[in-house]
Every structure is written in structure tokens, then in C-alpha cells.
Write a protein of this length. Structure first.
Lengths: 85, 153
């Protein structure tokens, strides 16, 4: 299993996946506010989750991800994210 | 201009890895412009060679599973370490890292005269075969698979 990451590390990871500066995203940032979160962005997200955390996203899970916070919650549920102190 | 940048498959493990080659003739038209007096193969063509080789590796497996044809979706990284001059033979390798129903990733490289000249990390999606012309087939891949079936590889 992949090592746990902090909330700030997870945010930086999401920013890298969608090629946005980390200061431009917050948990509240919605999918439609991130230009690269399109069909290619979803493929990129799926591939990175697979490569970095060995997680395969289902179609249903993809549909449920509508914000950066949803991705963080998903990582939290999978036991990969520990909240910053 | 044709856009077939893999001449021959040397080794293939469907969906996992491939080794292939492409000869770059000094007659290629692009050398007239890229560049006068210093002809070198454009990086975009080297990247396409790697994408075509990796695509054949994925297609070899995809045809068995009905996944569709692998299409380059993203050049995640690419590095060009040395010039590739006219009359070179590129040895192209690709190792598939992840391979799922909707996407695949591959780490690819090209060697010329046993020296690595470039490498790339590529992301592929899959397009259903019914999007292509009826009867469309990959002759290079078909030739390799047929020769393997007959024990020639």
C-alpha cells in the first residue's frame, strides 16, 4: 500500500495532475473551475491514481468527483490521506 | 506523405512491451527544412515513432480483448538527448506501465547505434474499431503476428 500523504501534499498532487498552480486550488474548487479537468483530465487522474496509489477508479466514482474536496475525500476514504495537524 | 514510423517489430509481448525499428532515409522531405546544412529528425517524429510502437504493443492485446485502438492522448514527458541524423536506424522500445480498459501508460525510448537519443512517458486512450475505415488493419503488426504464428520470430 502507498504511504499516507498530508492534506497539503494531496492538494499539491491534484494541482500537478491538472497542471494548475497549487495556490489556485482549494478543497472548494469545483471541477468546472479547472480547465484541464475535462475528459483527458479524467484519464490523467485515473492513470495517476493507478500509478501513484494503485487505485482503480470505477465509472461511478468518477461521476462522484465534482470538486477538489471530493478527490481529497476519496483519498481519505481509501486511507491514503491524513489530515494536517 | 505516409505516416508509418515503425518498419518492423522485433519483439512483442502484447500489452506489456515491444521492440521495433524504423530506418530514417536521407531522402526524407523534412530534412530539406529541418535544417539546411544540419539535417536532424524532428522531435515530434521521434515522439510519434515511440507512440506508434507503444500503440502496436497495446493494439496487439486490445484486439484480443475488443478494447479498440490505442490513441496517443498525452505526452506526459519527453526528453531529446542527441541528434538523429539521416540514414539512421532507430531502435524503439516501449514498456507498458499501466493498462486498463480506458487508458494505458507507457515508458518509451529510442536508441541509435546503441546510444539512447530520446525517451518519453505517454498516455493512451482507446477508440472503438468501428470509428475507423472498414477493413483497416495494421500491416506491420499483422506481419509480425503472422510470422510468429508460423514460427519465424
Amino acid at each position: 500500500m502507498a504511504a499516507e500523504i498530508s492534506s497539503s501534499e494531496a492538494l499539491a498532487w491534484v494541482a500537478e495532475v491538472f497542471e494548475v498552480p497549487v495556490e489556485k486550488i482549494r478543497p472548494e474548487t469545483r471541477r468546472d473551475e479547472i480547465e484541464a479537468w475535462d475528459s483527458l483530465g479524467i484519464l490523467t487522474l485515473m492513470a495517476r491514481l493507478d500509478e501513484d496509489y494503485h487505485i482503480l477508479l470505477t465509472e461511478e466514482e468518477i461521476q462522484q468527483l465534482q470538486s477538489v474536496g471530493d478527490i481529497l475525500n476519496f483519498l481519505r476514504k481509501r486511507g491514503l490521506l491524513r489530515d494536517d495537524q | 506523405m505516409r505516416f508509418l514510423l515503425v518498419d518492423r517489430i522485433l519483439e512483442l509481448e502484447p500489452g506489456k512491451s515491444i521492440k521495433a525499428e524504423h530506418h530514417i532515409s536521407s531522402d526524407e522531405d523534412f530534412f530539406r527544412d529541418h535544417f539546411p546544412g544540419f539535417p536532424v529528425v524532428p522531435g515530434v517524429l521521434l515522439t510519434e515513432m515511440m507512440a506508434q510502437a507503444a500503440g502496436k504493443c497495446l493494439d496487439a492485446e486490445g484486439r484480443e480483448k475488443g478494447k479498440g485502438k490505442a490513441m496517443l492522448a498525452q505526452i506526459r514527458s519527453a526528453y531529446f538527448r542527441d541528434w538523429v541524423r539521416p540514414d539512421s536506424t532507430a531502435l524503439i522500445t516501449a514498456e507498458v506501465r499501466t493498462n486498463q480498459a480506458q487508458y494505458a501508460t507507457a515508458v518509451c525510448a529510442i536508441e541509435v547505434n546503441e546510444a539512447k537519443v530520446c525517451s518519453a512517458d505517454l498516455l493512451f486512450s482507446f477508440l472503438p474499431m468501428n470509428e475507423f475505415a472498414p477493413g483497416y488493419r495494421d500491416e506491420v503488426l499483422e506481419t509480425f503476428l503472422a510470422s510468429r504464428k508460423h514460427g519465424k520470430v
